[in-house]
Design a protein around this ligand. Structure first.
Ligand code: BJW
Length: 255
């Protein structure tokens, strides 16, 4: 199928769909200047995940882990949402049953205007008390003191993110699975689709008979199952899909 035919078929599916989901990963923020994890320029090329993104690493050396997160907060702080985030924010308004699920912790979907975002892996702008479990919003960059301490009890704070080997918030992942099991179209944007349980969401959607639309410059383990595969950057492809959708809706309204 040519890309034009693909686009036409996708717009047809999108217009007929009752429940639409977008599942995003770090690739959607790459064009905002935030590094991904895997791949040529990914964070895990320079840092070992097990040294930084596990509860064991934090228990061993909280200062080292906090230095890394503080560095990433500094890097993310001036970054702005890109055209890909903006299209998904617009779809929340334009598509009646639309849900946005992200693995990203950078907060850029909310900054783009998305209001209902299921953040599977937490948010780097929130800190959690290691004693009391209370969560506070904090945008200070750089953080002082480092590592930060709880204002109420003085215990160590940790980033409110999900590390390897930790469970996801059961409410959030529960909602994500129940939405996935009743969607008819799922966009999977900018994720290598290897980290579970997030990578199981498209599989749940497929099992329920949904069509998966993958947007990624590189193939992933999901590609073979995708009904539509757009090999390119989210900041190019999502606006193209959005323009095609608006054009067809405009023609329909006119006729
Ligand atoms: C573009 C682009 C552009 C570039 N446009 N695209 C079942 C099977 C096997 C293992 C497990 C399993 N269940 C659980 C596990 C263990 C583990 C896991 O999945 N490991 C795998 C690696 C094998 N999962 C867990 O531990 C999870 N916990 C859990 O399940 O608890 C219960 C349990 C524990 C242990 C055993 C069994 C059960 C927790 C996972 C937490 C992940 N946390 C991180 C860090 C968050 C905090 C932080 O940022 O510091 O989350 S790891 C990292 O990976 C981050 C991401 O959200 C996540 C996914 O990465 P993502 O977003 O896909 O990024 P990349 O870099 O991988 O891909 C980027 C993509 O973008 C690429 O494809 C590019 O091509 C593309 N791209 N530019 C569009 N412009």
């Amino acid at each position: 199928m040519s890309e034009d035919q693909d686009m036409g078929a996708l717009i047809g599916r999108l217009q007929r769909a009752k429940n639409v989901i977008a599942l995003t990963g770090s690739g959607i923020s790459a064009e905002s200047g935030i590094p991904t994890f895997r791949g040529k320029e990914g964070l895990w090329k320079t840092y070992r995940a097990q040294d930084l993104a596990t509860p064991q690493a934090f228990a061993r050396d909280p200062e080292l882990v906090w230095e890394w997160y503080d560095w990433r907060r500094g890097l993310m702080s001036p970054k702005l949402p890109n055209a890909g985030h903006q299209v998904l924010a617009a779809w929340e308004e334009a598509i009646p049953q639309f849900a946005l699920i992200t693995q990203n912790i950078d907060g850029l979907h909310r900054r783009a205007g998305s209001r209902n975002v299921l953040e599977l892996h937490g948010n780097i702008w929130r800190l959690r008390c290691t004693q009391e479990g209370t969560v506070v919003e904090n945008h200070e960059s750089p953080l002082s003191p480092l590592p930060p301490l709880c204002a109420d009890c003085g215990a160590l704070l940790r980033p409110h993110v999900v590390w390897f080997g930790e469970s996801l918030d059961p409410d959030i992942i529960g909602q994500a699975f129940s939405l996935s099991a009743r969607c008819d179209l799922m966009f999977v944007v900018g994720t290598s689709a290897v980290v579970h349980p997030a990578a199981s969401l498209p599989l749940a959607a497929l099992e329920a008979g949904a069509a998966v639309v993958e947007i990624n410059p590189e193939p992933t383990p999901l590609t073979q199952h995708a009904a539509f595969s757009f090999r390119g950057k989210a900041g190019d492809i999502l606006p193209r899909i959005d323009r095609a959708l608006r054009e067809i809706s405009r023609v329909r309204e006119r006729d």
